[in-house]
Design a protein around this ligand. Structure first.
Ligand code: ATP
Length: 382
């Protein structure tokens, strides 16, 4: 086990017409010994390229990658003590699960047959697949094949696991089950892991920390809750969370925000945080928008709105709201699933001042984040 350090890592590809594509732009992140780091971001943001540079499948154009304090940049992939799991399971079709798992060890180590057998058996038990060891891939479901692929990485007992969207070929239910199981396995093994996904739910639920990439650049590295409640910029705020945070462009006028469809009264802390900024973006998460029946706003944190669409999800309803009678450009609030809300209903939407985020309209940088002080201390810890 070891700490993995990415130090200003960069990758520039050259296009067919000779122009440069900066796929990864000076990414610096330290992954602690035993840590589970999720690299997350939209398609094309440089996640796989970053992972492939760590594996040695791609040569870095700049920066350094250190494992246990030693640079591995010049090492061949097979000399790096790293095991990679891909989205495609890439199992040998003519081999049984047992042979698929043991093959790498037979080829690249001088372990005895007994030692290899023991490792395969232990990994199979960890993955709950001992009864599948004598089956070939064609006789296994997708989820079972992915377990064998994981087993093949686990038997190597590497310093680092690299996983590139390993669950994306599975159906939603199995994916959620495998997410929990992978976390348990990673905790049991305590092996430093970098896991790539474009799925923010996977990132939020699996990572000790997440590193959010966009356009090849690291936007934020932090715990899932830090990224959720204290996003470094508008990109992270919009990427993490489902449904996404609502955004409204506005101008600062003293202690007021003037947006297209409303004006909003700021508290002192927010006024101080936006001092000097003219254009800002107001952000509020759907679960923070309070929806109550009525037509008369009580203060300048409330607005008269009309329900445009209601999407019932069972546990909650996503309620799309428009300002005034013409619900163009709706924003979304989530309310309890048992609440009765109907399209066309007139309601008051409140943006609690403690819950708002403010971003610089030009750079997207966070100027003010929601307060976490209103978390109820009386709520029992579990
Ligand atoms: P996805 O989630 O779609 O797999 P990603 O975040 O993993 O995306 P990468 O595959 O790392 O993104 O690609 C990052 C950028 O580098 C993209 O713009 C991609 O087109 C470009 N790129 C990747 N590999 C090459 C290559 N071999 N030659 C040229 N450009 C490449």
């Amino acid at each position: 086990m070891a700490q993995l350090e990415l130090d200003a890592v960069r990758k520039v590809f050259t296009d067919d017409d000779g122009s440069d594509i900066v796929a990864v732009d000076d990414v610096t992140v330290d992954i602690e010994d035993g840590e589970f780091l999720v690299l997350v971001g939209p398609s094309g943001c440089g996640k796989s390229t970053t992972l492939r540079m760590v594996a040695g499948l791609e040569t870095a154009s700049g920066g350094d990658i250190r494992l246990g304090g030693r640079s591995i940049v010049g090492q061949k992939p097979q000399d790096r003590d790293i095991a990679m799991v891909f989205q495609s399971y890439a199992l040998y079709p003519h081999m049984t699960s047992r042979e698929n798992m043991s093959f790498g060890l037979e080829e690249s180590t001088d372990m005895t047959d007994e030692e290899i057998d023991e490792r395969v058996q232990n990994a199979a038990e960890l993955l709950d697949i001992p009864e599948l060891l004598d089956r070939k891939p064609a006789e296994l479901s997708g989820g079972q094949q992915q377990r064998v692929a994981l087993g093949r990485a686990i038997v190597r007992d590497p310093e680092v696991f690299l996983m590139d969207e390993p669950l994306s070929n599975l159906d939603a239910k199995l994916r959620s089950q495998m997410r929990t199981e992978l976390q348990r396995i990673q905790e049991d093994l305590d092996t430093t892991t970098v896991y790539v996904t474009h799925d923010q739910t996977e990132a939020m639920t699996m990572g000790d920390r997440i590193a959010v990439l966009d356009g090849g650049e690291l936007q934020q590295a932090g715990t899932p809750l830090e990224c959720y409640h204290r996003p470094a910029n508008r990109f992270v705020a919009g990427f993490i969370g489902e449904p996404s945070m609502n955004f409204f462009d506005a101008t600062v006028r003293g202690d007021r925000l003037v947006a297209d469809r409303f004006e909003y009264g700021l508290r002192e802390a927010a006024v101080n945080d936006v001092a000097g900024a003219e254009g800002v973006t107001l952000g509020i998460r759907p679960e923070d928008v309070e929806v109550t029946p009525g037509t008369e706003p009580a203060d300048d944190n409330e607005f008269a709105t009309v329900v445009d669409v209601v999407e019932p999800m069972g546990n909650e309803n996503a309620v799309y709201l428009g300002f005034g009678a013409d619900p163009t450009d709706p924003f979304v609030a989530t309310v309890g699933g048992m609440r009765r809300v109907e399209a066309g209903q007139r309601v008051i939407a409140r943006f609690p001042p403690d819950a708002i985020h403010l971003f610089d309209a030009t750079t997207g940088e966070a100027l003010h984040s929601r307060s976490l002080e209103d978390a109820d201390p009386a709520e029992p810890r579990i």
